[in-house]
Ligand binder design. Structure first.
Ligand code: CAA
Length: 395
């Protein structure tokens, strides 16, 4: 049975910080961010957006009523959990009105877990061919003001509907995972921002890419020439570019190399405007590739490198389905959408991004009315998060 990605949706926050403004404010040469990191802007989420609101928004854009009646599993992959017990997927299941006889869970391993979620979804559909599984990768990447990671923050969510005979991409059975117990990036329960060994994390990312790709090629007798594009986890686009260059086989025919290079550029377009969205970054890269590349054709194979600090990496692959373009937006219209975000000054970004709920002695907190997508965190009442649907006029 062919199983894979039938639809992909994306949502990000409604506010944006331009890298040049951040650079000027931090007395950094703007070229460091634009050329050194290949970043132009970062999405900034207000306190009324979280992994639930962003995840529900991303999914809402792609699901029909018939999908909602057939989804029997919702998986949220995240490292920005809002509760130690209750899965964000349970809130999203309710907000979207998915039929009740469904399993809703959350999965965690830094930026990697959506890849495991896809595999679980695939196994589930293998046993239940008429099932549809909603996999949502949702995160807010927040490092702190003035930290080295500040320039690589971001917020967003990618929702994927997994089915048999998918309309976008058939996922292959062959994949190669790699685990190393390392402390490159981690966030203890008592900390709202991560601890990061930044340079070490980039070395591990590149080394785990090389190690897993070498082993993948050996085990499955594959090479880069088998693929039309290679998508990477994108903590910031420059690191993905370094990864791409590390595995680029200099012996490949020039035309193949050029196609791979061209498609790599298409895969980083959205991340350059949004920043890191942790679990969703790889899939935002895939979406960017699919919506912007003009050379991709049905039957083309795509390779993907998933990386989550801590660390787990995986190489997995898929084949583009017949008519896959019909399921996707045009790249230009997605980029136009991003231009509608409200530009923040650095002072307003600092106030907004790092605002925390002020919970009183009764467990209540209320919030100012910020711009969000179709769902917002309304208030906290008796320690319970209360979400609301936002009308088209923002009310
Ligand atoms: N003009 C042009 N380029 C300049 C420049 C200038 N004036 N000044 C500096 N640069 C270049 C540097 O040469 C460098 O490029 P190269 O690596 O190609 O040489 C680039 O800008 C970055 O500069 P630095 O090396 O000085 O590094 P930095 O201070 O920007 O910090 C970082 C980089 C440590 C990775 C930091 O961004 C960070 O801590 N990020 C968070 C952690 C992270 O993203 N790690 C990635 C792997 S872990 C992972 O993948 C999981 C995840 O999502 C977090």
């Amino acid at each position: 049975m062919k199983i894979g990605i039938d639809k992909i949706g994306f949502a990000t926050a409604q506010y944006v910080l331009n890298m040049d403004d951040l650079a000027n404010s931090r007395s950094v040469d703007p070229e460091k961010f634009s050329t050194g990191l290949l970043l132009q802007a970062l999405s900034i989420a207000p306190v009324t957006d979280d992994i639930v609101t962003l995840g529900a928004s991303a999914a809402q854009k792609i699901l029909t009523q018939a999908d909602k009646e057939n989804i029997d599993m919702v998986i949220v992959a995240t490292e920005s959990g809002i509760d130690q017990s209750k899965a964000a997927a349970v809130y999203i299941h309710q907000l979207l009105g998915i039929q009740p006889f469904a399993r809703s869970i959350e999965m965690k391993e830094a930026c990697y877990s959506a890849t495991a979620a896809l595999d679980y979804a695939k196994l589930h559909i293998g046993k239940n061919p008429d099932s549809k599984v909603l996999v949502i990768a949702s995160d807010i990447a927040k490092y702190g003001i003035g930290t080295p990671g500040e320039s690589t923050q971001g917020a967003g969510s990618v929702a994927m509907l997994l089915t048999k005979d998918p309309a976008i991409m058939v996922l292959h059975d062959q994949s190669l995972a790699l685990t190393r117990d390392i402390m490159d990036f981690w966030r203890p329960n008592y900390s709202v921002t991560p601890y990061v060994n930044g340079m070490y994390s980039t070395k591990q990312y590149l080394d785990m890419l090389k190690t897993s790709w070498d082993e993948y090629q050996k085990r499955f007798n594959k090479s880069l020439a088998d693929f039309a594009a290679f998508c990477f986890h994108i903590p910031f686009p420059k690191l993905a570019l370094k990864g791409f260059n590390k595995i680029l086989d200099k012996q490949l025919p020039e035309a193949v190399k050029e196609k791979l290079k061209d498609n790599f550029q298409h895969s980083i377009l959205y991340s350059q405007q949004i920043g890191n969205i942790y679990t969703g970054s790889l899939f935002l890269g895939l979406l960017s590739l699919l919506e912007n590349s003009t050379s991709l054709q049905e039957g083309d194979q795509i390779a993907m490198f998933s990386y989550g600090s801590g660390a787990v990496a995986e190489i997995f692959t898929g084949t583009l389905a017949k008519g896959f373009k019909k399921q996707l937006l045009k790249g230009q219209s997605r980029l136009q959408e991003l231009k509608k975000r409200t530009v923040l000054s650095v002072t307003d970004y600092e106030k907004m991004f790092f605002e925390e709920a002020q919970i009183d002695e009764n467990g209540h907190a209320s919030f100012d009315n910020y711009k969000t997508g179709p769902f917002a965190l309304k208030e906290i009442l008796g320690h319970q998060r209360i979400y609301r649907k936002v009308a088209a006029n923002g009310e």
